[in-house]
Ligand binder design. Structure first.
Ligand code: G5P
Ligand code: MG
Length: 226
């Protein structure tokens, strides 16, 4: 898979649509890819007790978005320190940008370095099937690995497959907060999609399971980047 053109993908999708799940599958298949999940970064800042973590914690537990200015500086810093602002870099973003304003700022940072996004994929999953997934989700906080007690259970109950460390529940995975996250997503997604549609890099993949979506996603990438 190393002969592909540089791949720079953004995954869009409602909370629980499977962005993290698709990301781990893509990383296994396309070994030149690295990924960045804005939610994982925020959760690690919270665990570390940093200033950003303290600020973000309240927003996250209420199911609200962390302010754009905080997100833009956090993520652009990460892009710089990871040396991703290069024309030949390959990476995948999960969860950032998720407002029009964040998209504009990211675009500025990328354009100046000839490292534009070249594919934006919306995971289009019926929102009625998502809630149950969230109630059964357990995560390994330090790696971001995601499990589901029904769909993708750990080999040993409540332990991470790789490290054996305990799995935890996310504080925002309650019915009430989840509904707010979903409402928030529905309110902000259209302008974001329109922004990338105008650049002709927006794709949408429909499917009510990750097993239906993954082969389509894989094919889309192979078609576009080979
Ligand atoms: P996050 O962390 O970015 P969300 O809400 O965007 O959170 P989330 O919940 O992480 O997205 P996901 O990654 O799309 O969902 O889904 P996933 O974890 O892969 O799958 C969900 C569950 O379903 C898992 O248990 C998985 O195993 C299971 N599953 C997957 N596929 C299937 C299937 O086919 N069938 C079944 N049965 N199960 C399946 O953001 C969190 C918060 O951080 C802040 C906000 O406060 C946000 O609410 N934040 C930002 N704020 C402002 N700007 C930003 N850019 C921000 N980014 C984060
Ligand atoms: Mg996620």
């Amino acid at each position: 898979m190393n002969k592909l053109r540089p791949i720079r993908i953004l995954l869009l999708g409602a909370p629980g649509s499977g962005k993290g799940t698709q990301t781990s599958r893509l990383l296994k298949q396309f070994n030149q890819l690295e990924s960045l999940s804005s939610g994982d970064i925020l959760r690690s800042q919270i665990d570390a007790g940093s200033e950003i973590g303290k600020e973000a914690s309240d927003y996250i537990s209420r199911g609200e978005l962390v302010p754009d200015s905080t997100m833009v500086s956090l993520i652009t810093n990460h892009l710089k320190t990871s040396n991703w602002l290069r024309p030949e870099s390959n990476w995948l973003l999960d969860g950032f940008p998720r407002t029009y304003n964040q998209a504009l700022k990211l675009d500025e940072a990328l354009q100046g370095n000839q490292a534009n996004l070249n594919m934006v994929v919306e995971l289009d999953v019926d929102q009625k099937v998502i809630l149950q997934r969230i109630e059964n989700r357990w995560i390994h906080p330090s790696s971001g690995r995601v499990y589901n007690l029904d769909y993708d259970p750990p080999k040993v109950p409540f332990k991470d497959d790789i490290t054996g460390e305990p799995l935890v529940k996310r504080k925002d995975d309650t019915v009430e907060v989840f509904q707010k996250r979903l409402d928030q997503y529905n309110k902000t997604i259209e302008p974001l999609k329109e922004f990338y549609n105008q650049k002709n890099i927006l794709y949408s993949i429909e499917g009510n399971t990750s097993d239906i979506i993954y082969p389509k996603l894989q094919q889309l990438i192979l078609n576009k980047f080979t």
